[in-house]
Design a protein around this ligand. Structure first.
Ligand SMILES: Nc1ncnc2c1ncn2[C@@H]1O[C@H](COP(=O)(O)OP(=O)(O)OP(=O)(O)O)[C@@H](O)[C@H]1O
Ligand SMILES: [Mg+2]
Length: 225
């Protein structure tokens, strides 16, 4: 099976004043095409830090990251940006829709940014997930669950091979969390590898593989396949 993400000996240190805080320590990790991986860990253990590195949102680290078979380290900014925009979908931990654009415009944004904006295609995506009813609403006029679902569809817009979701169910009630998880399962069934951070064992139960991050170390605690 193709490796979508391969991380070797990854370490990350934050500097705060004169202090160095080691958040990730010598982590090895990989996920393959078609896999759904969940990551659990206490608040502050470095889960978002880890996702940001894999999602090419942070390039300050030591070790190696390989995405879709290509090593990141030798790449220039342009090449990294292109890889991120076209092949990685990122669902952020906190509310990330742009408030001055409609849901449809938000969902179409990743395509528009690479010059392929197409509202009809974005609407078809919303329809596929039963969200066409909110297409023309603004983020402030929809629920938290709908916002999170719209953010997932935005991440899917360029048909990424990898979807990274940082606590996508964190602020949702059980019912809406269930709907968001179903969306992510559907994304995975359609072929994208999914890497999801969650605080919730129940959410992790739908993953093929479960990892725990704590004390800078990542440990795989369950493998379904
Ligand atoms: N930009 C930064 N500068 C300095 N320290 C940071 C920075 N970002 C995060 N940290 C610290 O790194 C650690 C890991 O943060 P991170 O956000 O990755 O945790 P997390 O596991 O995602 O937590 P949560 O579950 O609350 O989202 C924390 O101690 C945090 O305070
Ligand atoms: Mg976090």
């Amino acid at each position: 099976m193709d490796k979508i993400v391969k991380v070797e000996n990854l370490s990350k240190t934050y500097t705060q004043g004169h202090e160095q805080i080691l958040v990730l320590e010598n982590i090895d990790f990989e996920i393959k095409a078609g896999e759904f991986a969940a990551m659990l860990g206490p608040s502050g253990s470095g889960k978002s830090t880890f996702l940001n590195l894999i999602g090419l949102l942070d390039d300050c680290y030591s070790g190696g990251i390989t995405l879709f078979g290509s090593k990141i380290e030798p790449m220039g900014e342009t090449e990294k940006a292109e890889l991120r925009r076209k092949r990685v979908g990122f669902v952020f931990q906190f509310d990330s829709l742009l408030p001055e654009f409609t849901v449809l415009e938000n969902v179409d944004m990743p395509a528009a940014i690479i010059g392929h904006g197409d509202h009809a295609a974005a609407l078809a995506l919303l329809k596929r997930f039963g969200l066409e009813g909110i297409a023309h609403k603004f983020p402030m006029d929809i629920s938290g669950g709908e916002k999170q679902r719209a953010a997932i569809l935005r991440a899917l817009r360029n048909k990424p091979g990898l979807v990274i979701a940082d606590e996508p169910t964190g602020n949702l009630d059980r019912h809406n969390a269930g709907i968001v998880l179903e969306d992510l399962k559907k994304v995975n069934a359609n072929g994208a590898a999914v890497l999801m951070v969650t605080h919730n064992e129940e959410a992790a139960a739908c993953a093929d593989r479960v990892f725990h991050l704590s004390g800078g170390k990542l440990v795989e605690t369950r493998t379904r396949r």
